[in-house]
Design a protein around this ligand. Structure first.
Ligand SMILES: [Zn+2]
Length: 397
């Protein structure tokens, strides 16, 4: 299967124009599509989400908070959280392969799929193997984590030091840090550094309270930071000093966080970041969701590059001549084709003709949209439990 595109982005430094891409897949037919009104990219990576918390709307009435601990307590009594509890009630074990948890996890997976993410980092205690298997996109499996320095691993797992030791310095160690603006949040970096956890395989999430000097030390230690601007500005009213990160060579990734505090999806997060921080280039934002994420999450760097013959593709409508700015112009409906592992996941139905597939494994909706699996069955079940129709802005179905 070949697709003629306006241009394609190999990586942040190399763009080709008027090219033909070949889809490498055992199910691809020998068809050619003329899609010269599109730009091709490697699929994106969302470096921070909590799949079980992708409910809507955002939770918490007393924002902005001094630090996230206040939100975590207040969130438990929010309308959004209590409504989600009608589908799945956490018994404290954070065992997400139980009962109805999977329905909510599916919502999170679709949220990421509908924004072109082939990989999502789900910040939660490590789950059973089956949690990471048979999903249409990849949930990062190899990682160790702690919730935060200020709250410890209250949701399961060992303390931060023991969790880091499990990584042997190789797989990512992920932790929320400095999610606030008070003394508690400001003291977290010093405590973290004293524990000798500022390491090249550490991914700090948020870092709102970090000073420029602390950010510089992250750069020197090659510690990555995941930026979640929408969640930060909603919860705390402040965010990471992103300019200091870029000035000091910190490897920055971008994450949505869950929709209980963050953006609707990664495309919305990109728009939010550019709107509030116009000095950050669209190219730098692209790096945060591709190459930088592969470094932070210890993934093969090839994942962040688009090759002329590929089984991984994100095809977006051309809305701007600048391929990086183009991403910021696009929404859910502008994804013309998303292919992962050689399989079409989401896009314009015309492309389904290019694959040998069982159409019963796909759902068609709108004028010309398809998606893999059956999200409409998930939402039907949720609606039947709630007794009314629940809308999620990250689902276009
Ligand atoms: Zn988080």
């Amino acid at each position: 299967m070949e697709i003629k595109v306006d241009s394609y982005v190999h990586n942040s430094e190399k763009i080709s124009h008027n090219k033909i891409l070949s889809i490498i897949s055992t199910i691809a037919k020998s068809t050619t599509f003329d899609s010269t009104d599109t730009i091709a990219y490697p699929p994106f990576i969302n470096s921070h989400d909590h799949l079980i918390s992708n409910w809507f709307p955002k939770a918490g009435d007393s924002n902005p908070y001094q630090n996230v601990n206040f939100w975590v307590e207040e969130m438990k009594y929010s309308k959004s959280f209590l409504e989600r509890n009608k589908i799945w009630l956490n018994d404290g074990s954070f065992e997400l392969t139980d009962k109805n948890a999977n329905m909510i996890i599916q919502l999170g997976i679709y949220k990421n799929m509908f924004s072109g993410c082939s990989i999502v980092q789900d910040h939660i205690p490590n789950q059973k193997d089956k949690y990471y298997k048979n999903n249409p996109i990849n949930i990062l499996k190899k990682y160790s984590q702690c919730h935060s320095i200020s709250m410890g691993n209250w949701w399961g797992g060992d303390n931060a030091v023991k969790e880091w030791e499990k990584t042997q310095g190789e797989i990512p160690f992920i932790i929320h840090l400095g999610e606030g603006k008070d003394e508690l949040a400001k003291s977290s970096f010093g405590k973290f550094e004293k524990l000798n956890l500022l390491q090249p395989n550490t991914l700090l999430v948020h870092g709102i309270a970090l000073t420029e000097d602390e950010i510089k030390r992250c750069g020197e230690a090659k510690t990555s930071i995941c930026w979640c601007p929408e969640s930060n500005l909603f919860l705390i009213g402040e965010t990471l000093d992103i300019q200091a990160c870029l000035n000091n060579g910190v490897n920055v990734t971008l994450g949505t966080d869950s929709t209980m505090s963050g953006s609707v999806n990664l495309l919305a997060e990109l728009k939010f970041a550019k709107k509030h921080f116009p000095q950050i280039s669209a190219k730098d934002l692209f790096k945060m969701i591709t190459i930088n994420a592969t470094i932070a999450l210890n993934l093969d760097k090839d994942i962040s590059e688009l090759k002329a013959e590929t089984s991984e593709l994100l095809l977006l409508k051309k809305r701007s001549d600048d391929p990086f700015k183009n991403i910021l112009e696009c929404g859910i409906e502008d994804i013309e084709l998303f292919v992962h592992d050689g399989k079409p996941l989401y896009g314009n139905t015309k492309f389904l003709e290019g694959f040998e597939i069982d159409l019963s494994n796909y759902y068609k909706f709108g004028d010309n949209r398809f998606v893999i699996g059956h999200p409409e069955k998930v939402t039907d079940k949720i609606n039947s439990i709630l007794g009314y129709k629940k809308d999620f802005p990250f689902l276009p179905i």
